[in-house]
Write a new protein. Structure first.
Length: 114
């Protein structure tokens, strides 16, 4: 029982560190469009929740990766978004068309913590 609790605590701590690093990583790449205010990774459930402040939007935008899969190929690590949703219909459709089912290369640090 204690061992399972310790593992959950370790996973939660690892996810918190990964979430902060991912938030910084994503913000560097989307600065032209806005910023990520919150990003939370749940590596056990394979989900990610994101709250963004996008330029031109009066309210924060919520994005959720409902499931993802990790893969390795020739020493390179990837994440594939399997299903996602968004609080804005136009952005939900954009994500469905251009993010879901697509593999994204992961930096080395991300592959280690996910």
């Amino acid at each position: 029982m204690r061992r399972a609790r310790d593992k959950r605590m370790f996973t939660a701590a690892k996810d918190a560190v990964a979430s902060q690093a991912a938030r910084t990583f994503v913000n560097d790449r989307i600065a032209r469009y806005g910023q990520v205010r919150e990003l939370k990774i749940d590596s056990r459930a394979k989900t990610v929740t994101v709250v963004c402040e996008l330029i031109g939007e009066s309210e924060p935008v919520n994005v959720r990766v409902d499931s993802y899969r990790l893969a390795s190929e020739n020493g390179q690590h990837f994440v594939e978004v399997l299903n996602c949703s968004c609080s804005r219909p136009w952005l939900h459709n954009l994500l469905a068309d251009h993010a879901c089912g697509r593999r994204w290369a992961l930096p080395a640090w991300a592959a280690k913590v996910l």
